[in-house]
Design a protein. Structure first.
Length: 317
């Protein structure tokens, strides 16, 4: 199986690396060819265009920063659609809009090929070790064909239903992560201002009903001062906006989502769109004239999740 991978950024590069380390023949492409250098040195091929990749590969994976970027890669004159033929698979691993992935999917199907939306969840550090979770929206036979790739890149794989369903669930989970992040900033700052030791507060939350995946990862980079989670404020605004759009479409009167979106838009104005998302706590630090820092937290995330420990295909009942 020849696999093409377009988008070698924070997440895409790690996913492509998992495929290459595990013996898949990959062809790569990115706007910045320098990001492809490690893959090319390890034996990957380079595609001069998305069209050339689609012509040469059985599965073409895109992992891009926005729906607009995916559209450009798919629909440009030398895009994927121009080189796609019957029987091939386009797998969209970007966080994108349900309607947009369905629109592009219809164009893929018109060429006799098969679309899949298969975004990932779990953080860049888990993408690097193949421990990330993957949602897959597509026809079941297509899911079965993709399974060897998906279980190489991810530890937990869930077939979510038809095309577009994975994209909806992805923005739902990203929204929840964002809410948890904002709430944790408030919880940690309140603990500090009440005189609590922040390392002790971290442990109290971790072993209690207040714990979450976001606490066990992002609280660490808040308290160690790096704030580096490989995810930026503009991406948070994009993802929460996509979630809000889903709710608006279905006339769900959300209350927390608009507030969280306003908080991160303010963060973008203050610190810039490419600032790491956990640094949203700087708003509270400035308001309280206090820093959320604690000793004893390593520069890299300590994750209790075991590495390279097999996979689980989650049964969708």
């Amino acid at each position: 199986m020849e696999v093409g991978f377009i988008g070698l950024g924070n997440v895409g590069g790690k996913l492509a690396g998992c495929l290459q380390r595990n013996g898949f023949n990959i062809t790569v492409r990115d706007l910045d060819k320098n990001t492809a250098a490690p893959f090319l040195e390890a034996g990957a091929k380079w595609a001069d265009s998305p069209k050339a990749m689609a012509e040469a590969c059985d599965v073409i994976i895109t992992c891009l920063p926005s729906p607009a970027a995916s559209s450009a890669v798919m629909e440009s004159e030398d895009g994927i659609l121009a080189g796609l033929t019957a029987g091939k698979i386009w797998a969209e691993m970007s966080t994108t809009d349900e309607q947009e992935v369905k629109r592009l999917g219809a164009l893929v199907k018109a060429r006799g090929a098969f679309p899949v939306d298969c975004p990932v969840s779990g953080g860049c550090h888990r993408a690097a070790t193949g421990n990330i979770s993957i949602f897959a929206g597509c026809d079941r036979p297509v899911f079965e064909k993709m399974l060897p790739l998906l279980t190489t890149m991810g530890r937990r794989v869930l077939h979510t239903g038809d095309l577009g369903s994975a994209s909806v669930l992805k923005v739902v989970t990203n929204y929840l992560c964002t809410v948890h992040l904002v709430a944790l900033g408030e919880a940690l700052m309140t603990s500090k201002m009440a005189g609590m030791d922040l390392a002790t507060a971290y442990e109290a939350i971790r072993i209690s009903s207040g714990n979450s995946f976001v606490h066990e990862t992002e609280s660490q980079v808040i308290l160690n001062g790096s704030r580096d989670i490989n995810f930026t404020m503009d991406l948070v605004v994009k993802d929460v906006s996509l979630f809000q759009s889903v709710a608006d479409k279905h006339k769900v009167p959300l209350e927390i989502s608009p507030l969280v979106l306003d908080i991160f838009k303010d963060g973008e104005r203050r610190y810039g769109p490419r600032e790491w998302s956990p640094n949203i706590v700087a708003r509270l630090e400035e308001a309280c004239d206090a820093k959320l820092l604690a000793s004893g937290f390593p520069a890299e995330i300590h994750d209790d999740e075991p590495e390279e420990s097999g996979y689980e295909v989650v049964v969708n009942r």
